[in-house]
Write a protein that binds this ligand. Sequence first.
Ligand SMILES: [Zn+2]
Length: 157
Amino acid sequence: MATWAMAVWPSWPAIEAMNTHAELPAKPVPDVTPESAPYWEGLRQHKLLLQACAGCGQIRHYPRAVCATCYSIAVTWIEANGAGTIQSWTVAHHPFHPGFKIEVPYALLLVDLAEGVRVNAPLRGDPAGLQLGRAVRLIFENGGQGFVLPAFEYSAE
Ligand SMILES: [Zn+2]
């Protein structure tokens, strides 16, 4: 059975054959949906926007059509202040897409934002400093093809 991953991602021998960075393919970019379009546009303006339910006020992330608390589809957007703490992480040593080959090893964080939601984004800093509950702050970086993506760095304390 063909899967999306099999159809899009090159085989491991093809990845191994990419010995120079110039041969690396571009990183994948997000699919923009009607629900997520304001989120991506906010990132382009260096703002991390979160959905806030217009019915009950529940803040949610990732962007989606329906509130899981009250099932309202009415939504407003708020800007996250960018402060958070590390809830968990994983360190990637293998590039599961060849576009990430020159970045490994890197840490992918699960961050609790001050607004009460969790965000996945990479750490831009030394993974040796990883610690549960450590304060981080949001930064923005070029994601290619017109996208700006969130990342985190350690907060100065
Ligand atoms: Zn709601």
